[in-house]
Design a protein. Structure first.
Ligand SMILES: [Zn+2]
Length: 384
C-alpha cells in the first residue's frame, strides 16, 4: 500500500516538474501600470489557487455561521426542556427576528413564564403567519379572546389554511354565540384536518349544529338533520327528540328515546330533556315504564320538574345531598323554601368536564379547557 502511495507521489512530482519545465518561460504582466516579468507556470498556479481558495473560504465562513446557529438553537431547546425559560429566550431571541420557526420556540418559552402579552410586542419574524397563530393559541388559553381573535385573523391573512388559527376562531365564535361564523370555520376545519382527527371533528360539527339549532330557530330543522347525518351523539339525539316533541311527533320521539335506552345514553338524553315540563309530560308514560334503567339522580330531577313528589320519596336515599335538598325544598309549601330550591337548582351542576369544570346544563365546548365533547354526566357518588 505504502509502495503504491510512493509511486503515485513520485508520478505527481514528475508531472509537476514537467509542467514547470514546459511553462518556465517568462511572460509580461501588466499590473496597476507596472510591467512585471513572471514565469507562466507561476501565473497558472496562482489562478488555480485563487479559484479553489476563494470558494473554500466562502463555504467555511458560511459553515461557521451555520454551526453557531445550530449550537444556539440546540442550547435554546434544551434550556426550554429543562425549565430555564429566560435562558432559552436569551439564546433564541436574535434568531427569532429572522427565522419564524425559531420564534415559535421563543414564544413557548415566554408563554411558560406567563408573559404571553409581552411576546406580542416583540420584533419577531411573522411572514408565514406561524407566529400569529401560536400567539393566538396562547392568548386564547389565557382567555384574552379579543387579542387572540386579532392574532388568528392576521395569521389567516398570511396563510388561509392555518388549522390552528381556524380552530381558534371557531372556538371564539362559539363562545361569542356567533353560530353561523362558527359553523363556517368548522366546515373549513373539517375539510383541512388530518385523517386521524376527522371523526373527532365530525363530532364537533354535529354538536355545534345541534347547539346552533337551539339558538337559530329559523335554521332548526336544517341544522338538526345535518347534525344527525354527520355524527350521532347523546346531545344531537336529545336535541332531535326535543324538536320532535315540539313538532308533536311523539312517535318519532319515543322511537329515538328507545334507541337511547338500547345504546345506554338514556341518562344523558333525559338530563338534557328534563328542563321542559310540557315535553316531559308527553313522554312520561315511557319514562315510568323504564324507570329502573334511569339513574336516580336524573329521575328525581324529572319528578321535581313535574311535581311528582310521591314518586321522589323512595328515591331520596339514592341521590346526592344537594339534589335531596332541592327535592325537599320544592315539596315545601313555604315561599322561602321554594326560593331556596330555585337557587339550589341554579347552583346544582350535574355535568362535569375532564378538566374538572362543572356545568348546570350540557354544552359541547368547555370554556375552561377549550375542549369539545369532554363534558359528561356526573355519577351520583361523585362529590358535588
Ligand atoms: Zn374542560
Amino acid at each position: 500500500m505504502n509502495f503504491i502511495k510512493v509511486i503515485v507521489a513520485i508520478a505527481l512530482i514528475v508531472l509537476f516538474l514537467v509542467f514547470v519545465a514546459q511553462h518556465a518561460y517568462y511572460v509580461q504582466l501588466n499590473l496597476f501600470g507596472m510591467t512585471y516579468q513572471v514565469p507562466l507556470f507561476v501565473i497558472i498556479l496562482i489562478s488555480f489557487a485563487v479559484g479553489f481558495i476563494l470558494p473554500a473560504l466562502y463555504f467555511l465562513v458560511k459553515d461557521v455561521k451555520h454551526s453557531s446557529f445550530r449550537k444556539s438553537l440546540m442550547k435554546g431547546i434544551s434550556h426550554l426542556a429543562r425549565g430555564y425559560f429566560q435562558k432559552a429566550e436569551g439564546e433564541l431571541l436574535s434568531a427569532s427576528k429572522k427565522i419564524e420557526e425559531v420564534a415559535l420556540i421563543t414564544i413557548k418559552a415566554i408563554a411558560e413564564r406567563g408573559e404571553i402579552h409581552r411576546a406580542r410586542e416583540l420584533n419577531l419574524s411573522r411572514e408565514k403567519g406561524l407566529v400569529d397563530a401560536i400567539l393566538g393559541y396562547y392568548l386564547l388559553k389565557s382567555k384574552d379572546y379579543q387579542k387572540a381573535k386579532e392574532s388568528f385573523t392576521s395569521s389567516l391573512s398570511k396563510d388561509p389554511y392555518n388549522l390552528t388559527a381556524l380552530k381558534g376562531l371557531r372556538d371564539i365564535s362559539f363562545l361569542e354565540k356567533d353560530m353561523l361564523t362558527c359553523i363556517s370555520y368548522q366546515e373549513k376545519v373539517l375539510k383541512l384536518c388530518e385523517k386521524w382527527e376527522k371523526d373527532l371533528q365530525k363530532r364537533v360539527f354535529a354538536e355545534m349544529l345541534a347547539y346552533a339549532s337551539e339558538i337559530l330557530p329559523e335554521k332548526r330543522e336544517e341544522f338538526l338533520k345535518k347534525a344527525l347525518d354527520t355524527y350521532k351523539t347523546f346531545y344531537t339525539q336529545a336535541i332531535w327528540i326535543k324538536y320532535m316533541l315540539e313538532k308533536g311527533d311523539s312517535k318519532e320521539a319515543k322511537k329515538q328515546l328507545d334507541k337511547a335506552f338500547s345504546e345506554g345514553t338514556q341518562n344523558e338524553v333525559l338530563a338534557i330533556l328534563y328542563q321542559d315540563e310540557e315535553k316531559l309530560t308527553k313522554i312520561m308514560d315511557f319514562i315510568r315504564e323504564r324507570q329502573e334503567s334511569i339513574n336516580p339522580e336524573v329521575l328525581v330531577r324529572i319528578y321535581i320538574k313535574l311535581s311528582l313528589f310521591t314518586q321522589i320519596k323512595p328515591l331520596l336515599d339514592k341521590v346526592s345531598q344537594p339534589l335531596k335538598l332541592i327535592a325537599l325544598s320544592s315539596e315545601s309549601h313555604r315561599d322561602i323554601d321554594k326560593t331556596c330550591g330555585d337557587v339550589l337548582q341554579k347552583l346544582y351542576r350535574p355535568w362535569v368536564c375532564s378538566c374538572g369544570e362543572v356545568y348546570n346544563s350540557y354544552v359541547p365546548l368547555c370554556e375552561r379547557c377549550l375542549t369539545w365533547g369532554n363534558i359528561i354526566l356526573r355519577r351520583t357518588d361523585d362529590a358535588f
